[in-house]
Design a binder for this molecule. Structure first.
Ligand code: ZN
Length: 98
């Protein structure tokens, strides 16, 4: 996204229009609220392990945030494999200097 500065305001090229960056940011915030509202009454499943979060659970955060937190700890998410491999390599590296 190319930001165009004009009279101390930021604008971006949107489709074939030039639009204020503030308007785009406001629209994104509105859409994020809408997604959160839509997801608040739904069950969300982790596609890697199947763990399910439901609307009956009391959650101070949005469903998207809850899912992000789960992904950081999900044993079947690819990031988990990468974390384990990183730790193994750190252990090997540190072992070289003992
Ligand atoms: Zn999971």
């Amino acid at each position: 996204m190319k930001i165009i500065k004009y009279k101390n305001k930021d604008y971006v090229l949107y489709s074939d229009h030039i639009i204020s960056l503030e308007i785009v940011k406001e629209r994104v915030r509105d859409l994020e609220k809408w997604v959160n509202d839509l997801q608040s009454g739904m069950y969300i499943n982790c596609v890697y392990c199947g763990h399910r979060y439901g609307p009956s659970e009391s959650m101070p955060a949005s469903m998207a945030d809850v899912l992000k937190r789960h992904i950081e700890q999900c044993p079947k998410h690819p990031m988990s494999t990468l974390k384990k491999e990183l730790q193994r390599l750190k252990d090997v590296f540190e072992g070289c200097f003992k």
